[in-house]
Design a protein around this ligand. Structure first.
Ligand code: SF4
Length: 362
């Protein structure tokens, strides 16, 4: 097992231990969390065996954009700007069926993948794919949702499927969220949190951190509010300046260092909450985790891409499978070039070096 696999597997063990501690108030969820801890120990061994026998690094994470529709029009939406997300009445974009996603998730589980982060567009517009994911009981599926489609039907579904975990996206404050996502969206997201809390269901929130909001969204007051809502996981995503003239919102080295300290302080202050940040302390693992080092992205049509912020592909998991895509020429070149060590400002190495990545396809 190499140091990167050690680091990733160690982080997952810590996440699952914290998750187990956090759901003891719900005996059904506690039983589920305990079972997943055992399952993840087996998949860790599976990844090690594949590395030892085939020299192939199986990442414990996947990011899957399962939906091409969204009911919101958030300012600066990356998924809309790169053509992944469209309006609800627009089904022109090619998407995979629930059966196709089921075979992808099942193969990933057999390879030892632990988590598939489901995104889009709005992933809750694909109830069929979420039902397929729920059947893959060796994996956990964090669903990055705008929270506006969570109602009694989804609550009923989530009560029966603990491996489907809602991660509700907000921008921090009510003003900041409504300013970007639309009037009333913050309140709607809070209502969804209330519904999940009433059912004692494990859920989290995802916050895009910028130079303007990061001190507020790591503050005790802000996190006390989220914890009181029953939020058990906070996922900080560093802003990637995909919109022109927004580079000032992206972190520089000073903000990255300060954010690490603030997150560590939050961890010590809010014991009942799991804190994850993306890309976070990638330096400690030699750089970005894209291209299969820690994860890779599967687009709505099955295309295998290094990362959602690096939408370049020379392979499709429908034809090659997850294992085949991991060995794609593009991924191998990026790994062999140590592209993950390239310098960058802001949350994404490969986004900043998009010309170099695209050139590798030629
Ligand atoms: S909810 Fe997500 S996909 Fe939809 S517009 Fe907002 S950022 Fe884009």
């Amino acid at each position: 097992m190499n140091s990167l696999q050690d680091y990733m597997s160690g982080s997952i063990r810590n996440i699952m231990t914290a998750a187990y501690r956090n759901v003891l108030s719900n005996p059904h969820e506690a039983k589920f969390a305990f079972r997943m801890q055992q399952t993840f120990i087996k998949s860790e061994k599976r990844r090690k065996t594949i590395m030892d026998k085939e020299g192939l690094d199986v990442p414990p994470f996947l990011i899957c954009s399962i939906a091409t529709q969204c009911n919101l029009h958030c300012k600066g939406c990356y998924a809309r700007s790169n053509g992944i997300a469209n309006d609800m009445n627009d089904s022109t974009k090619p998407t995979l069926s629930a059966e196709q996603w089921l075979s992808i998730f099942s193969e990933a589980a057999d390879l030892g993948v632990n988590f598939a982060l489901l995104a889009g567009g709005e992933p809750m517009t694909r109830r069929d794919v979420l039902e397929a994911a729920a059947k893959v009981d060796k994996m956990i599926f964090p669903v990055f949702t705008n929270g506006t489609l969570i109602g009694p039907q989804y609550i009923e579904f989530l009560r029966k499927n603990f491996n489907i975990v809602p991660i509700i996206s907000i921008e921090g404050s009510a003003e900041g969220t409504d300013e970007r996502r639309g009037k009333g969206i913050y309140q709607r997201a809070m209502l969804s949190m209330d519904m999940l809390q009433n059912e004692k269901l494990f859920f989290g929130t995802s916050i895009t951190v910028t130079t303007e909001n990061f001190r507020n969204v790591t503050s005790a007051e802000f996190l006390d509010g989220l914890q009181a809502k029953g939020c058990k996981l906070v996922f900080y995503v560093e802003y990637v300046p995909t919109e022109p003239c927004t580079e000032h919102l992206a972190f520089g080295d000073d903000e990255v260092a300060e954010m690490e300290e603030l997150v560590e302080a939050a961890r010590n202050r809010h014991e009942g909450v799991i804190f994850l940040s993306f890309p976070g302390d990638e330096k400690s693992v030699g750089g970005c985790l894209a291209s299969g080092r820690g994860f890779f992205h599967i687009g709505p049509d099955g295309s295998a891409e290094p990362c959602p912020f690096s939408p370049f592909s020379d392979s499709n998991v429908l034809t090659l499978g997850v294992k085949g895509a991991l060995q794609s020429p593009l991924f191998r070149k990026l790994r062999d070039m140590h592209a993950f060590g390239w310098g960058h400002t802001g949350g994404c190495t490969l986004f900043e070096h998009r010309e170099e990545v695209e050139a590798l396809l030629k």
